[in-house]
Design a protein around this ligand. Structure first.
Ligand code: SIN
Length: 332
């Protein structure tokens, strides 16, 4: 009785509603839901997080992992987090537009020279600040997890921007990504990740943009005969929780979890490039898709068509954020 009164008092003092608190004597349950397969950078990261929490916080915290949109899909997951139906997510950085416009910086086409530049930006002070950019909505950013750079896939060979004109491309819910495809005369179609394969198969859309690991793990290469190695944009993640849930846990538990998250983040970000390279090789070995390698001139043509998108979104994202991102590129 005394303990439950103390817990209720702590909840009130910390501004945490009783609904997010673990029942007395029960572990905190963290439902970690995501939309990709286990054998991807994010999928592996979620399982490593579960394993380390089991080893170090048994009896205090229990992690349940739900991959492949089995608990919640990408269209509903943020609301599920705010309703405390799930406690950790790692949505693609393209899926936070409802809560902050600043993270759109990661969607700007051809902004980063390569994955190493993205990694450098994620370690800069500006990116640390962006982890807190959704605080007003009760969303707490914990870390950046890498997947990789996106490739264009389609039913026809895409060498020049004009080759994409008139084709429908599946995009994540990001107006920057819509603008990017509009810039080359293509038709962007927003679809949840779980529907991409069957929409490509049914011809609802003719193309998509994904890192190698998402193409391979969803078998998209089996319905996309051409993959252009464009590396035109980034698909990385932000590991998020709700501030209310996070603050409902005792400080010592949170500190241990934050240490685990740091360790898992380092593992995910160390291994993501190798997983994408492995999946690239698997796709090419399968013979299902033909690889289109762009000449420097062809890549420059895509860049020139898509780059005006930066200007259109500068006021929403903030010129300071874009400038900070550009400083991580090596001098040309
Ligand atoms: C993911 O990697 O989480 C899916 C991204 C997408 O919707 O394309």
């Amino acid at each position: 009785m005394f303990k439950s009164c103390v817990a209720a008092l702590v909840a009130v003092l910390c501004g945490v509603s009783a609904s997010v608190m673990a029942a007395e004597g029960e572990p905190f349950v963290i439902k970690f839901a995501h939309v990709v397969a286990d054998d991807t950078p994010k999928g592996k990261g979620a399982l490593l997080f579960q394993k380390l929490v089991h080893e170090r916080l048994a009896g205090k915290v229990k992690v349940e992992v739900y991959p492949n949109s089995t608990l919640v899909g990408d269209a509903e997951e943020m609301q599920a987090l705010l309703n405390n139906e799930v406690q950790i997510l790692a949505p693609s950085l393209s899926k936070f537009g409802k809560y902050t416009k600043k993270l759109q910086v990661f969607d700007l086409p051809f902004l980063f020279d390569d994955e190493a530049a993205v990694q450098r930006f994620q370690k800069r002070e500006m990116s640390r600040e962006l982890l807190r950019s959704m605080a007003d909505s009760g969303i707490y950013g914990l870390a950046y997890w890498n997947n990789g750079l996106k490739q264009l896939s389609a039913t026809t060979a895409l060498r020049l921007p004009a080759d994409a004109a008139g084709l429908a491309f599946r995009v994540q819910p990001s107006s920057v990504l819509e603008a990017q495809f509009n810039a080359v005369g293509a038709k962007p179609v927003v679809l949840p990740f779980a529907e991409v394969y069957k929409s490509l198969q049914a011809g609802v859309v003719q193309g998509a943009e994904n890192p190698w690991s998402n193409i391979a793990s969803q078998n998209m290469h089996k319905v996309q005969p051409f993959i252009t190695e464009s590396n035109h944009g980034v698909l990385n993640y932000m590991l998020v929780t709700s501030s209310e849930f996070w603050m409902s846990m005792p400080f010592a538990v949170r500190s241990e979890l934050e240490g685990i998250i740091l360790e898992v983040t380092q593992a995910v970000n160390r291994e993501a490039a190798a997983l994408n390279q492995r999946d690239r090789e698997r796709i090419l070995a399968s013979g299902s898709s033909k690889l289109i390698a762009l000449t420097p001139e062809q890549r420059q043509a895509w860049r020139e068509k898509m780059m005006p998108v930066w200007q259109s979104y500068e006021s929403e994202i903030g010129a300071d954020v874009i400038r900070a991102a550009l400083t991580v590129n090596r001098k040309r």
